[in-house]
Design a protein around this ligand. Sequence first.
Ligand SMILES: Nc1ncnc2c1ncn2[C@@H]1O[C@H](COP(=O)(O)OP(=O)(O)OP(=O)(O)O)[C@@H](O)[C@H]1O
Length: 358
Amino acid sequence: MTVSREEVLAVLARVALPGGGNLVDRDLIRALRVEGDTVAFVIEAPTPAEAQVLAPVQAAAEAALRALPGLRNVQVVMTAHGPAPKAAPPQGLKIGGHAAPHQGGPKRVSGIDRIVAIGSGKGGVGKSTVSSNLAVALARQGRRVGLLDADIYGPSQPRMMGVNKRPASPDGKTIIPLQAHGVTVMSIGFMLKEDEAVIWRGPMLMGALQQLIEQVAWGDLDILLIDLPPGTGDIQLTLSQRFALTGAVVVSTPQDVAMLDARKALDMFGKLKVPVLGLIENMSTYVCPNCGHEAHLFGHGGVAAEAAKLGVPFLGELPLDLDTRLAGDAGTPIAAGQGAMAEAYARLARRLIDGGMA
Ligand SMILES: Nc1ncnc2c1ncn2[C@@H]1O[C@H](COP(=O)(O)OP(=O)(O)OP(=O)(O)O)[C@@H](O)[C@H]1O
């Protein structure tokens, strides 16, 4: 028995807040994901002080969801924005400290030729899948590639790239990234225990992001791909303001609602002066493996049309493909093998290389 997003929201709407209202009508839920028997989301408190007040609410929400038949894993993270109390000085390697004061414009990271962010307006459109496969496809074409999983609310790269162990830090400062399928990989997921519910305050998230870029011994890279969280939040803002990005690639499905959100992401990159290198349509066509019939479950061609309308490059379309999902779940991206999907990613990679973007 599976639980729907609506059922989860209905339960959360019954969790009352001190001072009135509930988690849903006070709009505190972010990045809600319901997948099989797992639900994960973020409670975004307006301030660190309110995050403390809301701690019992977090516990009540978790308990209410655990009572739903069909749900086995409930992962709730609390974040808060605004000034946070001063942190104790770090002892050994600690991730999620406060970001160092920032002066001047976006800066280059030494040894890294290009930084390309992969974003989406909506969650679940395949941004992480595209990031891992593109990274592998670029590496197969001889590029020196790094992949940073900055999806702090739901890191997917440990699973998709098939690596998950805590990276070494010989001096308590430098972090040694992991290697998988020819790609140098770092994920916030490597630093967290599974199911760990940490209170990540907004400023701490920013500190974590900065550490993941600057303290990781990336070595010399032709390109660092950054798998962003969905949407247009603090991570996107901090990243663009602090680091000189070569550009951003936006992934969307052709579905109208996904495109609507993708437009917001494009608008955000425009405002932040990050060049949009192109749009990718994911899950565009489904070819039945039994009869070969083509169906367009989320529509088709909408992303190419939008790219043409906005005057940004359309980088290609990737079909909805069972083997892509299975490969991602198994930790070996489909681009690492042979066949039509590996070739589609190889074409995408070639296009970026030929355009000087990778
Ligand atoms: N082209 C595809 N064909 C089949 N399955 C796909 C495809 N692209 C992605 N998926 C599957 O869809 C699910 C969501 O993909 P993914 O995690 O890459 O999305 P996302 O946009 O990064 O999501 P989020 O932002 O919520 O982390 C995964 O199970 C993935 O394997």
